[in-house]
Each structure stands twice: as structure tokens, then as C-alpha cells.
Design a protein around this ligand. Structure first.
Ligand SMILES: Cc1cc2nc3c(=O)[nH]c(=O)nc-3n(C[C@H](O)[C@H](O)[C@H](O)COP(=O)(O)OP(=O)(O)OC[C@H]3O[C@@H](n4cnc5c(N)ncnc54)[C@H](O)[C@@H]3O)c2cc1C
Length: 434
């Protein structure tokens, strides 16, 4: 991560953790007549609620925030806030006291649902556990035929029920809802987060800036598809290695949930035509080959920071190693095309043994035209010994590494790179799971 992104990340956390809940905690402390201990217990609940709302806001993927801290940090904040909110809600629930059964029950239901929602999301929707423990990954894959991504998204939307229950819980407590300043801010926060979500989910995609049309769709090998999309006139220009969320609305062959994919083409090749390399894994991606030429598609984005990272290295004359795992090569091809002849680029591509090396010619051509461009490809993982022989001493001691692929393998590659002497602060990754 670049220094300015790091500073923005700290500032974002400070705002989320302190500045946003502060007015509510302040007005509660100023106006509620109760013991210090009880006011603290109520404050825990209020802070947990504000963080739930922040989670909803983050799920709208504000582009300005992506440019400041990046999409992966946004997803991390989304997930970690869930755990923090549950911890604060637990402190509140275990110590708060109410004689009103309805108020008590609403709080309890919200708490039980939160426990379920967080546990489900950690297991099925994040890689926190499954990317690190193989047996859990196996269990998740076995359960995947029921708990498909689409179903998981719906279960995740239980968060709105939680918000509704807590909102009512607070409004029914007369001596709190009677604090005018408090309740006005409480409601403004709630309306703002829910409206941002509704706008993102139901309205924003219809804007012209998100429109595109499929102009090419063909297989690169048995499990990989190339999709070519012509961006609408008003679409924002993308940068190398950026990410778009693709959404096909009312298309009978594919679901209408938005899914993220990295650009494979470089803006130097064409600003208004963008190519994606898609591995056919689950419900959405397995249907992608059936999407007809001419189909309308909505593209949310672009998101991403990889271009800024490579531009920074090019400026500092720092070598860059682009390490792709399978379809993880997609954004790296885009970056390689843009930065060949501008930076010392080394592409390392590790593919599945049954895959085609479908971008081989592109990389060989870049190598032929740039004396500093290095390219290594293997239909297997690169071992530590392989890496020591293909990376030169300057790369090991000074290069920036960008590793893209599925999370579990990215973690493995990073561990190997550290073992051969690459410092952790020069490893940047993009994991193809959220
Ligand atoms: C920032 C970002 C950029 C991405 N860029 C690309 C890209 O350029 N090309 C591309 O093909 N994919 C990319 N992905 C992954 C892609 O979004 C998912 O593969 C897709 O959304 C899966 O949807 P699905 O409904 O087909 O599969 P799901 O039903 O969600 O998953 C099907 C099965 O595949 C597994 N799975 C899902 N994703 C991966 C993965 N990436 N690697 C290994 N196993 C996985 C799931 O655990 C599950 O077992 C990217 C993901 C992110 C977060």
C-alpha cells in the first residue's frame, strides 16, 4: 500500500470508530439521567448500531473511498466492523436491564440474529477461516450446493432485519427517544445508510455511466471465458488492472447479482472496450458463456489501486514483479501492457496443469519489444527453489510484488516469497474472493 493510502486508511478508521458515533454518545451522556455505569452500557449498544449502519454504507462501495483506501480495505473494514459491532452489542446485551418485555425481546432477537449473521458471513462469505484451514474449505465446498453465493447474499441481508429491530428497540425506550438531539441524529444516520443502500441497489445501475454491451464472448480454454464489453459513452475511463462489478439485468441466462472482475485489457489498447478473463467456477461464472453478443450489461466501477502502485514503482525505478495465479493473470496482463517499456516488469504466471497458456503470445511479444521485460510461466506452482532461480538478487531485495489469485494460494505464495527474503511490506495482493 502507498503511504498516502495508508494515511487515508488510518483516517477512515478513526472517523468510523470515533467521529461517527461521537455525537450520539455525547448527547446520550449529556441528557440521560442515570449512573455512569448504565450510560456506558447504553453507549455500547448505540455504537454497535452506528457500526451496523456504517457496514450498510460500506456495502454500497463508494468509489471515492475506493480511490482513497482501495476495495480490499473497504471489504476488510466491512467485515471487521461486523465483529466489533457484535462485541459491543454483546457487552450491551449482557449488562443492560429492562423491565419492558417488548424492548428486551427486540434487543435479544437482534443480538441472536447478529451472532448468526456474523458466524455465517465469516464461514461462507469471507476467507478468514476457509482460506487458512483446508478442512473448513472442504466443508464449505461440500455445503456449497445448498449455500450458493446468491443464497448467502440473501442471508446477509438479514442485517436489515437487525437494524429494524434495534431501531424499534431504541424508539420504544421513552427516556432515550425523548432526547431530541439524540433521536434526530439517530434517525438521520438510519435514513442516510438505508437510502444510500437503496440508491446503490435499485437506482444507480440504471445510470448511463454504468452501461455497456457485450461485443465478444469466447472460450480461452475448457474453464475460462473471455468477455469483451463496449463501454457506454458516459462510462468513466478505467485504469490498468482496475475492477468492475458486472451485472446482467433481466437476462434469462444469468443471475442479476453484481460480480467483480478485473480488466485484462489495458486502457492503452482501447479506452472504451474492456476485456475480462473469467474462470467458470460457480452459478454466475458458469453461465457467462451463454450470454449473447449484443446483451446489455451494467458495469459498476471502475475500482482499484494497482495502477497507482505500479506507477509509483515506475517513478522510483523500482522493479515490479507481477505474479499471477490462474485467472489472477487478468489484471496483471493489463498492467504489463501499460507499463512494459516504462518500468522493469517481470511477469510470473502459474496456471493449472489443464489450463491453456492463453496469454502466452501477448507476454512473449512484450518481451520481444522490451529488453527489460521478463516472463516466466509454469503449468504448476513455482517452488521456493524455482523462485530463487527465476528472481534476480535486485528483485528479491528491492522489487514490489503484486500477487493476484485465489486467497489460499496467494497466502501460500507470499509465505514462499518471505522465506526467500522478500520483505512483507513489498508484497501487495489482490485476492479473488471477498
Ligand atoms: C477484486 C476481485 C477481482 C476478481 N477478478 C476476477 C477475474 O478477473 N476473473 C475471474 O475469473 N474471477 C475474478 N474474481 C472472482 C469472481 O468474482 C468470482 O469467481 C465470482 O464472483 C464467483 O461467482 P459464482 O457465482 O460463479 O461462484 P460462487 O458460487 O460464488 O463460487 C463457486 C465456487 O467457487 C469458489 N470460488 C469463488 N471464487 C473463487 C476464486 N476466485 N478462486 C477459487 N475459488 C473460488 C467458491 O468458494 C465456490 O466454491 C474476482 C474477485 C474479486 C473479489
Amino acid at each position: 500500500m502507498l503511504k498516502r493510502h495508508e494515511a487515508a486508511l488510518y483516517a477512515t478508521w478513526l472517523i468510523i470508530l470515533v467521529a461517527i458515533p461521537a455525537p450520539l454518545v455525547y448527547f446520550l451522556n449529556q441528557n440521560l439521567v442515570d449512573t455512569r455505569q448504565n450510560i456506558l452500557i447504553y453507549s455500547f449498544g448505540v455504537v454497535a448500531y452506528v457500526w451496523w449502519l456504517t457496514i450498510v454504507f460500506l456495502s454500497t462501495r463508494p468509489r471515492w473511498l475506493d480511490r482513497l483506501i482501495g476495495l480490499p480495505s473497504m471489504y476488510f473494514a466491512h467485515a471487521l466492523l461486523g465483529v466489533l459491532a457484535l462485541s459491543f452489542a454483546t457487552l450491551h446485551k449482557l449488562q443492560a436491564f429492562s423491565i419492558d418485555e417488548t424492548i428486551k425481546n427486540l434487543g435479544n432477537y437482534a443480538w441472536y440474529l447478529s451472532i448468526f449473521s456474523i458466524a455465517y458471513a465469516i464461514f461462507f462469505m469471507s476467507g478468514w477461516l476457509v482460506d487458512r484451514m483446508r478442512f473448513l474449505k472442504r466443508i464449505k465446498n461440500q455445503l456449497h450446493f445448498i449455500f450458493k453465493h446468491q443464497l448467502s447474499l440473501w442471508i446477509h441481508r438479514l442485517n436489515f432485519v437487525i437494524i429494524g429491530l434495534i431501531w424499534l428497540h431504541v424508539h420504544l425506550i421513552g427516556r432515550i427517544s425523548g432526547i431530541t438531539n439524540f433521536i434526530i441524529i439517530f434517525d438521520i444516520y438510519t435514513i442516510f445508510a438505508l437510502s444510500a443502500y437503496a440508491w446503490h441497489q435499485f437506482i444507480s445501475y440504471d445510470q448511463k455511466k454504468y452501461s455497456g454491451q457485450v461485443i465478444g464472448n469466447f472460450p480461452l480454454d475448457a474453464t475460462t471465458q473471455q468477455l469483451v464489453i463496449k463501454l457506454g459513452q458516459k462510462a468513466a475511463d478505467y485504469r490498468a488492472g482496475d475492477i468492475f462489478f458486472l451485472k446482467f439485468k433481466k437476462n434469462p441466462v444469468i443471475s442479476s447479482e453484481a460480480h467483480p472482475f478485473s480488466v485484462t485489457s489495458s486502457p492503452d489498447e482501447s479506452h472504451k472496450v474492456v476485456t475480462f478473463t473469467i474462470q467458470r467456477l460457480g452459478d454466475f461464472t458458469k453461465a457467462i458463456n451463454r450470454v449473447a453478443i449484443g446483451s446489455d450489461v451494467q458495469l459498476e466501477g471502475p475500482f482499484g489501486m494497482l495502477d497507482a502502485v505500479v506507477a509509483d514503482s515506475a517513478k522510483k525505478k523500482q522493479p515490479v514483479v507481477l505474479y499471477g495465479l490462474g485467472t489472477g493473470i487478468a489484471p496483471l496482463r493489463s498492467l504489463a501492457v501499460k507499463y512494459a517499456n516504462k518500468a522493469a516488469i517481470h511477469v510470473i504466471w502459474s496456471t493449472h496443469r489443464n489450463s491453456e497458456i492463453y496469454y502466452d503470445e501477448d507476454f512473449l511479444s512484450l518481451k520481444n519489444n522490451d529488453a527489460h521485460f521478463k516472463y516466466d510461466v509454469k503449468k504448476a506452482r513455482f517452488t521456493q527453489e524455482n523462485l530463487t532461480s527465476i528472481l534476480d538478487k535486485t528483485e528479491i531485495s528491492a522489487a514490489r510484488f503484486i500477487i493476484v489469485g485465489s486467497a489460499a494460494i496467494v497466502l501460500n505464495v507470499e509465505s514462499n516469497l518471505r522465506k526467500i527474503g522478500v520483505a512483507g511490506n513489498r508484497l501487495i495482493d489482490e485476492r479473488l474472493t471477498m
